[in-house]
Design a protein around this ligand. Structure first.
Ligand code: ZN
Length: 183
């Protein structure tokens, strides 16, 4: 899941605007296309209910920009926390990485190591990807991954421990962008 960072200058998206731009991104983004292809190659069922825009205010997801719902096999984009097409695309990439990781096999000593790794990868390939400075990029991934991992794994201090243990390994894992058919 990707947390919302306030404040934002632009107006939040309506559900309609989000849906239109989502449709365009699904047709034109090479990154999104590569992730979808990789996900469907592994398990066609894992996004059975698709990708939808909806407001999240007043729900448990109110602080999120988006999330992958593994139980209902769908990605939800929280349109009321999205303020630009760039945010929409990077949130979608972030959640697609989660959907991909959910069906990929991996070996981790605990569930929290698995979650930490997924958040590192989703942030590295999603919203932090285009940051030029290596130092700032690392901070972006580190901070966002701690925030998201903390929700499931006992708070910030514990989450930071998990992040530290898997960071170097997971930040270098660029699947599905490093395997067959280019990026
Ligand atoms: Zn996440």
């Amino acid at each position: 899941m990707r947390f919302y960072h306030s404040p934002q200058q632009d107006q939040p998206y309506t559900e309609g605007k989000c849906t239109v731009e989502l449709g365009r991104i699904l047709e034109t983004s090479p990154k999104v296309a590569r992730l979808l292809q990789a996900i469907f190659a592994l398990n066609k069922d894992s996004l059975r209910r698709g990708i939808t825009c909806r407001p999240c205010a007043g729900t448990q997801q109110a602080s999120r920009m988006g999330y992958y719902d593994g139980q209902y096999k769908r990605i939800v984009i929280c349109c009321d926390n999205i303020h630009s097409e760039k945010q929409l695309e990077s949130t979608l990439v972030h959640e697609l990485v989660h959907a991909f990781d959910r069906i990929r096999t991996g070996t981790f000593s605990t569930m929290c190591h698995l979650i930490a790794c997924g958040e590192i990868r989703a942030s590295a390939l999603g919203q932090c990807h285009d940051i030029k400075s290596p130092q700032r990029k690392r901070e972006c991934i580190w901070e966002d991954a701690i925030r998201s991992t903390a929700v499931h794994c006992g708070g910030r201090t514990t989450a930071e421990m998990y992040i530290r243990q898997v960071f170097d390994k997971c930040v270098q894992d660029r699947a599905p962008f490093n395997i067959a058919h280019g990026s």
